[in-house]
Ligand binder design. Sequence first.
Ligand code: ATP
Length: 281
Amino acid sequence: MLEIKNLTKDFNKFKLDNVSFRLEPGYIMGFIGPNGAGKSTTIKLIMNLLKKDSGEIKVFGKDHIQFEKEIKNRIGFVYDESYFYEDLTIRQMKNIIAPFYKKWDEKLFNKYIKDFDLDLNQKIKKLSKGMKMKFSLAIALSHNADLIIMDEPTSGLDPIFRSEILDVLYSIIQDEKKSIFFSTHITTDLEKIADYITFINKGKIVFSKSKDEILESYGVIKGGKNLLDRDTRKEFIGLRETNVGFEGLAENPQRLKKLFGSEILIEKPTLEDIMVYSVRR
Ligand SMILES: Nc1ncnc2c1ncn2[C@@H]1O[C@H](COP(=O)(O)OP(=O)(O)OP(=O)(O)O)[C@@H](O)[C@H]1O
């Protein structure tokens, strides 16, 4: 569905550096990383809203620029900033966008508008941030897209609606030919629905793996401070120390179990643990 190879974009102060990953049909991939890591830049490059310096981007196996029109007809896109005309109503804006899509489904759009509690006659400028996001989602989901690409689609949404959206996304990939790629800071959403996680930091991919593999290969280790010395510290990706003990993230926790025995406690990490410890070191 999506294949990115050695993608590079240099902004002088920031460089998206040799980014590579791929997404197969039927899966949801979450794209995580701290502020300014390069998530939006990557998404804009995929959508050809920015010009890449080098590398390859293929969507549905085809070059994303050469086959741009055909590809975009099959992509549902949600952007983190509103790109609608503020003075139009939801209906008027939809009337402009819909004809661009060969497979526009008016019935489905109206269903989403109803489910999302939106009013077709309301002006875009009168919508709250969350309502604008709901409108973006309704547009993105109403033309039978094969690939849905979203930049922070759940930001600004309350937990109840977020949970509804996750259900909608989950039902979309039940069709095993469709995939979803989205960036988010809400890692608990990904714990619920993502199959794959791509983690970017300072413009470089840290990993792009299945969620289960990631959660199994790391452990949060807790123990007394007496266990830490110059050598044992090197076993940890990141450490947090208090007066009495420490908590740290390590890859291959079984190795540490052998090293420290029953003196440590090993817990399963959350995606947030992995992100925070990896970034702060
Ligand atoms: N058009 C541009 N010109 C110059 N620098 C840019 C441009 N767009 C983005 N950047 C820089 O690229 C870096 C990555 O930005 P990007 O928006 O991709 O991060 P992000 O991971 O999406 O962050 P956030 O989580 O805060 O949305 C930042 O340092 C930003 O200042």
